[in-house]
Design a protein around this ligand. Sequence first.
Ligand code: PRT
Length: 121
Amino acid sequence: MSSTDSLDRLAAVIESRKPAHGGDPDKSYVARLLHKGPDAFLKKIGEEATETVMAAKDCDHGGDKTKLVGEVADLWFHSMIALAHYGLSPADVVAELVRREGLSGLEEKALRKAQARESEG
Ligand SMILES: N=c1c2ncn([C@@H]3O[C@H](COP(=O)(O)OP(=O)(O)OP(=O)(O)O)[C@@H](O)[C@H]3O)c2ncn1[C@@H]1O[C@H](COP(=O)(O)O)[C@@H](O)[C@H]1O
């Protein structure tokens, strides 16, 4: 079973929780967040990102690495709710990472700066 299969399965569950598909905010955490709207799940993404940073810093000081895994899972999960809301899927993110494959971040940044200089004239 690949990691992307798991993400696809979770994405399908999230999709099924949309109000248009009968998601019930009283019975489902995902449906509740989608029902509340973007401010609710975007706030959760901000919180989970901060908790991820704190868990990573703890690892620097001998902290529990499973805590970091848990926080990243929370971050991915809430990000997937945002993707679903905006009509996107994990496959879109994977496709973007594949598109970037083999292109060094340093090269990409240099290209971007050169293009910006060109467009400035
Ligand atoms: N992967 C997850 C998942 N990860 C985290 N969470 C929930 O996300 C919330 C994270 O919030 P916090 O860590 O901040 O904890 P909290 O104390 O609840 O915080 P507040 O929301 O109260 O601010 C918790 O309620 C977690 O239970 C998740 N809830 C659901 N899923 C998946 O989504 C599926 C559908 O869930 P429902 O829509 O609830 O059926 C589930 O079967 C799972 O596969």
